[in-house]
Design a protein around this ligand. Sequence first.
Ligand SMILES: NC(=O)C1=CN([C@@H]2O[C@H](COP(=O)(O)OP(=O)(O)OC[C@H]3O[C@@H](n4cnc5c(N)ncnc54)[C@H](OP(=O)(O)O)[C@@H]3O)[C@@H](O)[C@H]2O)C=CC1
Ligand SMILES: O=C(CO)[C@H](O)[C@H](O)COP(=O)(O)O
Length: 473
Amino acid sequence: MEKAEIGLIGLGVMGANLALNIAEKGNRIAVFNRTTEKTDEFFAEAGALADRIIPCHTMEEFIDAIRPPRPIIIMIKAGQPVDDQIQHLRPYLTNGDIVIDAGNANFHDTRRRFKELDGTGLTFIGMGVSGGEEGARHGPSIMVGGTPESYARVEKVLTSISAKFNNEDCCAWLGADGAGHFVKTIHNGIEYADMQMIGEIYGLLRDGAGKSASEIGNIFGGWNKGRLNSYLIEISEKVLAARDPHGDGPMVDMILDQAGQKGTGKWSVIEAQQLSVPATAIEAAVAARVLSSMKSQRVAAEKIFGSAPGKIDASGAGLNDLELALFAAKIGAYAQGFAVMSEASKEFGWSLPMPVIAKIWRAGCIIRSQFLDEITTAFTAMPDVENLIMTPAFSAMVKEALPSLRRVVAAAVTAGLPVPALSSALSYFDSYRQARGTANLIQAQRDFFGAHGFDRLDGKDFHHGPWGSGLNE
Ligand SMILES: NC(=O)C1=CN([C@@H]2O[C@H](COP(=O)(O)OP(=O)(O)OC[C@H]3O[C@@H](n4cnc5c(N)ncnc54)[C@H](OP(=O)(O)O)[C@@H]3O)[C@@H](O)[C@H]2O)C=CC1
Ligand SMILES: O=C(CO)[C@H](O)[C@H](O)COP(=O)(O)O
């Protein structure tokens, strides 16, 4: 039997679709899944693509089915299962084989795994894949980390399956070891903020303006034709229009208001904090998911404190403000995500290419949008800019949209409706553009209680105030 060019382990939602995508693009692929019945089901449903798929039930069969040196994609549950799978795979691998972890790994694990295989004749690639089920099947965004040499060996197959934007591949090598998984993590952090902000606007329209799910869906549908055009707005419109197949009303009204999370949002925030980069909108989004899960506490608290008393104007200028507010806050979240990547690039020696990252997020991934094309243009003109909002195009957009964000946050606060991500983005802008902040008082307090010292505006070489030990200065 003709051997496969590539192998894939893990036929869950993502792996199965990725395997079909790989086969469809003319590649012969061997597949393996821990639960072998899933392999049989997958093969039985592969239709015309079955000719290019070799289903395997044992590791021996799987390895034998792939032409060496073998590229092997692992697309299974992240964490310990990946280490166990590599352990299980290793005795069968031979010189030159490449192990590609395509799941949502923590990039610290990727760096460790990369090191563990270094010098063994085997190579490790950590590859972020975004686009969910549909993206995996028809074209995801692919973020690769590893050696450029190992990428060169798999580039053809990866670019053949990736999404395209204006005929450009949404797939790129981004740097060594954990670079790809780090970028995917921040992609997800931004995804959290984007989703939370859309959710907050939904809340203002539902609870503050009394709009129904289908009315809000129609509003989002209109916005999707403008500057907010994006996959997340598009699916929000669809979700809000859907009816409950097991009841009478809109589907969304029947869904429990507790958000799940698998870790990437939290990791984004942890890394931002470790790198000392403020990512306040992403932090707010992660915290909001945690608060959403405290359902019983929220129910009890509403009984004590009451529900939101106020109203939100969502007609005419009010609606325009909501659209622009979402746009301004979204800029804040993306600026923060890119700033985290920029700092990580220095810290981990990756030279992450910001314009390329923006480029490969324009199609295929969950945060894909027209807006990312504008980010690509801005970073291409100024690849080393410290913050996206300092580029001429984005500073102009922020200036235009900020008054709306301010009015919306003020109205929400007055009404008692929660807008943690929108208000974090607003405070971020307000803090970032404040040349004279208030940390002088913090420095004075620190010096007062702990003799920590401060720098003076006039540059004089005195570093303590007229209190405590500073009395002697
Ligand atoms: N769903 C999504 O939208 C996206 C998911 N991802 C990431 O892709 C990866 C796969 O996700 P997804 O396809 O959604 O997950 P699924 O839950 O659909 O499938 C999980 C897969 O992992 C396998 N698996 C679980 N534990 C082990 C183990 N200990 N040893 C071997 N195999 C194991 C399962 O095998 P078995 O059938 O035997 O249980 C199954 O093939 C994850 O890292 C996820 O975070 C990335 C982008 C988008
Ligand atoms: O990577 C993804 C999308 O880009 C996955 O769908 C991921 O599961 C999303 O994160 P969470 O489950 O924490 O919402």
